[in-house]
Design a protein around this ligand. Structure first.
Ligand code: SAM
Length: 249
């Protein structure tokens, strides 16, 4: 039997884990052993009597920086094999994408370093070959919430975690597009009906409608994604109105 997917998190706040990953889909999968989570306290690798983990930035400036020696020792004692990706949650990292999430979910599971303060000493990033990963162009106070987001995105893709396999293949980003609008009962909500086509029973028409909606939403909201779609059909009937200023065409 192969080992289950495993996330090893290095943090100054191990009590933040599993946090939201302990409930619902991820929590049930964790409890049943479909994946494993290990939150390791970086402070356990501190060596001085105050158990200090940070110091002032070389060259001056505000805030504190996580010390290279303490963090490197924490990484080294985490005993992760060379085949496990080593990530550092970082606002200056490469933005996390669904494609990278899929890769990470298909591997053995990453080691994830959570920064705090002004960040971590660059020498640890270089010598421990950390891949910097951002979850968006904004600054969190620590890497833990970013790590939780990344792990959640991976765990839901692990075999046996999601109820219906299809829900992983038809959602936003799976084909480079945003997902089409979803509806459910009641049929009439505050005078607004479910689009007729969705209750027609005609699967081909439903699929075409969904594709058109996905394309229209993507063109309207995400010019960056839209630009990468090779076969665009402009002004397909049934499409949502899209603003003029897209990269369409
Ligand atoms: N001084 C850093 C800078 O300007 O890039 C910001 C440090 S931030 C206050 C502390 C830690 O939170 C970072 O080291 C990183 O681990 C985490 N963090 C903050 N924003 C993040 C983001 N958008 N994505 C991933 N991690 C983030």
């Amino acid at each position: 039997m192969t080992n289950p997917w495993r996330a090893t998190v290095l943090t100054l706040f191990p009590e933040m884990f599993p946090g939201p990953l302990g409930v619902s889909l991820a929590g049930r999968a964790l409890a049943s052993g479909l994946w494993q989570l290990e939150a390791r306290d970086i402070r356990a690798s501190a060596t001085d009597r105050h158990r200090s983990v940070d110091d002032t930035p070389a060259g001056g400036g505000p805030g504190m920086v996580l010390r290279a020696d303490v963090l490197a020792a924490a990484i080294d004692t985490a005993e992760t094999g060379p085949e496990r990706p080593r990530l550092l949650m970082s606002p200056r990292g490469r933005p996390l994408t669904q494609a990278r999430v899929i890769e990470l979910a298909q591997g053995p599971g990453p080691l994830i370093v959570c920064g705090r303060f002004e960040g971590i000493d660059q020498r640890v990033i270089d010598t421990r070959d950390l891949e910097e990963v951002s979850i968006g162009d904004y600054v969190l106070s620590g890497g833990e919430i970013a790590a939780l987001a990344l792990i959640d995105a991976c765990v839901r893709l692990l075999p046996g975690v999601m109820g219906k396999e299809a829900s992983g293949t038809e959602e936003s980003f799976s084909d480079g597009l945003l997902e089409y609008p979803q509806y459910t009962r009641p049929q009439l909500f505050e005078g607004v009906p479910i689009p007729e086509i969705l209750t027609s029973g005609d699967h081909a028409k439903v699929a075409a409608w969904r594709r058109a909606e996905s394309e229209a939403l993507t063109a309207a909201r995400r010019a960056d994604l839209w630009a990468k779609i090779p076969s665009k059909v402009p002004n397909r009937p049934g499409r949502r109105k899209t603003p003029k200023s897209t990269t369409d065409g």
